[in-house]
Design a protein around this ligand. Structure first.
Ligand SMILES: NC(=O)c1ccc[n+]([C@@H]2O[C@H](COP(=O)([O-])OP(=O)(O)OC[C@H]3O[C@@H](n4cnc5c(N)ncnc54)[C@H](O)[C@@H]3O)[C@@H](O)[C@H]2O)c1
Ligand SMILES: O=C(O)C(=O)C[C@@H](O)[C@H](O)[C@H](O)COP(=O)(O)O
Ligand SMILES: [Zn+2]
Length: 373
C-alpha cells in the first residue's frame, strides 16, 4: 500500500515563510522533514506527560533515523504549565543540553506545549530555530500556526510572550487517535471559529458533517487543511496583529476572562471550551446590540450544543466571580487600546468584524444578564 501524501499549506511570510504538512505518519518521518530544512542541527523536544506516553517513542525513532538524538524535556500536562516556573525549566533544559542558537526546539504536544516551547525558543540565545509538531486538534487547526507564543499570568491569559514563527509545522493526523474526546471537542470550537469569522459555507458544511469530522477519515483531514489555509491567509496578511488578525480572537475576549476567572483549572474549563462559550456570547452580545439577528446567535448555540460543547457560563462547573470581576479580566485583554475595549462582534454567521470602543457599561450589563449566579 502506498503512503498517503501529506497536504502542504504554505504560510507566506517572505523570509520567515514555512510549510505546514498535514497527513498521517508524519511523526515517523519527522527526522527527514526537519533535517531537509535544518541540516546538521541538534534538537530538544519539549512535551507533556500524556503526549510523551502516547507519541514520544514514535517521534524519537523518527528523529534517530536521521541521526538526531534529542534532549527531551517532559512537563506536566495542562494549562497551568504555561507559567514562569515551567518557562524557566524549559530554558534551563535547553541550555543544559548546550544547544546553539541554530539548533532546534521541537514542541511535541497541544497548544500549551507549543506556546511555552515557542516562547522559550524565542528568547533563548535571542531566538532559536523552532519546529511545531502539534498533537491535539486545537494545535493542528490553530495554535501551531502563526507564531504567537507565551504564558499566562494570574491577571490574564497569554499576557507575557513574543511572536516567534516556527520553521516547520508537522501535523500528523494519526496522533489524534490517542487524544481524549473532551480535548477533541475543545479543538473543534477553534475549527468552527473559522466558519463563524468569514467562511459561512464552511460553518454550514460543519453543521452537516461534524460527525464525520469526529469519526476521522477524509472529512477530518479536509477540515484541518481548510483551517490551516484560513489561518495561514490571515497571518500572512497581518503577522503582528495590527489589523485583521484580531478576527482570530472571535470568542476569546469573553473566553480568556473565563479561563483566568477559573484559575486555568482544566477540570472546569479548557481553552477551546472557553472559546465555545465566548463565541456564543459574542453572537448573543451582537444580537443585544442590534448588530445581528438573535436567530444567528441561536444557530451558533445550537451547533455548539449538538457537538457536546459548553455554550453558556452556566455550563462551567462551580461558582464564577461576579460580572464586575469578569470585566476586570476583560480590561487586561491585549486588544485594549488607550483604555477602550475591543471585541470581535458579528453581523451574522461568517460576518465577524473588529469593534473598537465598546462601552464597558454595555459589557457589564450583558455579563450581569448572562451570569449564572
Ligand atoms: N498560539 C496560538 O495561536 C494559540 C491558538 C489557540 C490556542 N492557543 C493555546 O493553546 C492552549 C490549548 O491547547 P490544547 O487544547 O491543545 O491544550 P493542551 O496542550 O493542554 O492539550 C490538551 C490535552 O490533551 C493532551 N494531548 C494532546 N495531544 C494528545 C495526544 N495526541 N494523545 C493524548 N493526549 C494528548 C495533553 O496532554 C493535554 O492534557 C491554550 O493555552 C491556548 O491559549 C494558542
Ligand atoms: O493566532 C491568533 O492570532 C489567535 O488569536 C488564535 C487564538 O485562537 C489563540 O487562542 C491565541 O493565543 C489568542 O491570542 P491572544 O493574543 O488573544 O492571546
Ligand atoms: Zn484560541
Amino acid at each position: 500500500m502506498s503512503a498517503i501524501a501529506p497536504v502542504t499549506v504554505e504560510v507566506g511570510l517572505g523570509e520567515r515563510a514555512y510549510d505546514i504538512l498535514i497527513g498521517p505518519g508524519l511523526l515517523s518521518g519527522a527526522g527527514q522533514e526537519i533535517s531537509r530544512r535544518l541540516p546538521g542541527r541538534r534538537a530538544a523536544v519539549v512535551t507533556d506527560e500524556n503526549v510523551a506516553a502516547a507519541q514520544l517513542g514514535t517521534l524519537k525513532a523518527g528523529l534517530e533515523t536521521s541521526g538526531i538524538q534529542p534532549a527531551v524535556i517532559t512537563l506536566p500536562a495542562g494549562e497551568k504549565t504555561k507559567s514562569f516556573a515551567h518557562l524557566e525549566e524549559v530554558v534551563d533544559g535547553v541550555l543544559a543540553a548546550k544547544l546553539e542558537r541554530g539548533d532546534i526546539v521541537i514542541a511535541l504536544g497541544g497548544g500549551v506545549i507549543g506556546d511555552l516551547a515557542g516562547f522559550a525558543a524565542g528568547i533563548v540565545r535571542r531566538g532559536m530555530n523552532f519546529v511545531q509538531i502539534p498533537t491535539s486538534l486545537l494545535a493542528q487547526v490553530d495554535s501551531s500556526v502563526g507564531g504567537k507564543t507565551g504564558i499566562n499570568s494570574p491577571r490574564g491569559k497569554n499576557l507575557v510572550g513574543v511572536f516567534h514563527q516556527p520553521k516547520l509545522v508537522l501535523a500528523d493526523t494519526g496522533v489524534l487517535d490517542t487524544l481524549p474526546i473532551r480535548e477533541f471537542r475543545a479543538g473543534y470550537a477553534e475549527l468552527a471559529k473559522y466558519g463563524l469569522i468569514d467562511r459561512p459555507a464552511f460553518f454550514a458544511w460543519l453543521e452537516a458533517n461534524w460527525q464525520d469530522v469526529f469519526a476521522g477519515g477524509p472529512a477530518r483531514a479536509e477540515a484541518i487543511a481548510e483551517a490551516c489555509r484560513a489561518k495561514a491567509d490571515v497571518v500572512a496578511r497581518d503577522e503582528f496583529e495590527t489589523g485583521d488578525r484580531a478576527l482570530l480572537n472571535l470568542g476569546h475576549t469573553f473566553g480568556h476572562a473565563l479561563e483566568a476567572a477559573t484559575h486555568y483549572d482544566g477540570a472546569r474549563l479548557v481553552h477551546g471550551e472557553g472559546v465555545a462559550i465566548g463565541m456564543a456570547l459574542a453572537h448573543r452580545f451582537s444580537a443585544r446590540l442590534n448588530l445581528a439577528s438573535p436567530d444567528d446567535a441561536g444557530r451558533v448555540e445550537a451547533h455548539l450544543r449538538a457537538v457536546g460543547l459548553p455554550w453558556r457560563m452556566a455550563d462551567i462547573p462551580g461558582e464564577l466571580p461576579d460580572a464586575e470581576a469578569l470585566l476586570t479580566y476583560i480590561a487586561q485583554d491585549k486588544k485594549v487600546s488607550r483604555g477602550a475595549l475591543t471585541f470581535i462582534l458579528t453581523r451574522g454567521v461568517g460576518q465577524a468584524f473588529i469593534a473598537r470602543d465598546v462601552p464597558a457599561s454595555e459589557v457589564l450589563g450583558f455579563l450581569a444578564e448572562n451570569h449564572p449566579g
